[in-house]
Ligand binder design. Structure first.
Ligand code: URA
Length: 250
């Protein structure tokens, strides 16, 4: 692959912009400045830098963001800034075309914090968000009123939300303090946690997603920071399989 095409695939701009970056001496591979846009490179495992910033070639992008409160998970937000402004521009542009860049794997409300995955792999996004895959999502809740055993029982037994015929229930639910609880959902309906807690007579004051599948938000990932998912992170999510998929991969 030519270096200009590799830069294009990784979101550094149009082919012309990418050729220009090379011609201006802004791209380095193995500590060497490249000057020829058509220079062939081996993409797999390639470490390169653009304007002094180090990158590793990624065929597909998988990352996690510690979502802060006050950000919307939309590309065209209303009142609040978009979470996409927290990512460097190559991640927002990679792949080119209309649906370019990484997409949030499901959405968190503007005031919700915590683990948000992003990817440009449509199959991965589908596997993580499709209701039939039952990916467990763990939420830490601060409630306005004390939480009692009856409320927990009702969350586990199922509550009816106004726009759903079938009750929705927590896959797991436990008290973590007088006003705090940890609730696990395997589906993701609109404002589901807030509406479930309201349905049992309480109110969510703060909501934080701490885990998806077996992947926890790392304690050292600061609010507003992102990082690539590592192979171990993807394995932690890999328990999330389509039950109808042929295990042989055929
Ligand atoms: N449920 C909610 O109510 N809000 C979120 O952001 C996520 C789950």
């Amino acid at each position: 692959m030519q270096i200009q095409d590799l830069l294009f695939s990784q979101g550094f701009g149009t082919r012309r912009v990418c050729a220009g970056l090379v011609q201006q001496g802004l791209v380095q591979v193995n500590g060497q400045v490249l000057s020829e846009p058509a220079q062939p490179v081996q993409p797999q495992g390639l470490r390169y830098s653009v304007q002094g910033v180090q990158w590793l070639f990624q065929e597909r992008a998988y990352l996690m963001l510690h979502k802060p409160a006050g950000y919307e998970c939309s590309r065209k937000p209303g009142a609040w800034p978009s979470i996409y402004t927290l990512l460097p521009s190559p991640l927002r542009q990679r792949g080119g075309g209309a649906a370019a860049g990484v997409q949030a794997v499901g959405r968190l409300d503007q005031d919700t914090t915590g683990l948000l995955l992003l990817s440009d792999d449509g199959k991965f996004i589908h596997r993580m968000t499709s209701p039939r895959h039952h990916v467990p999502k763990v939420y830490e809740i601060v409630a306005r009123h004390p939480v009692d055993a009856r409320q927990l029982d009702r969350l586990l037994a199922g509550v009816v939300l106004e726009d759903h015929d079938q009750p929705v229930r927590a896959a797991d639910c436990m008290l973590t303090g007088s006003h705090t609880l940890r609730l696990t959902l395997t589906e993701g309906k609109y404002h589901q946690v807030k509406r479930m807690v309201a349905a049992v007579g309480n109110r969510v004051e703060q909501l934080h997603r701490s885990r998806m599948g077996d992947l926890s938000l790392p304690a050292d990932l600061a609010v507003g920071q992102w990082r690539w998912l590592e192979p171990g992170d993807l394995r932690a999510l890999d328990g999330v399989k389509d039950p109808t998929e042929d295990p042989t991969g055929q």
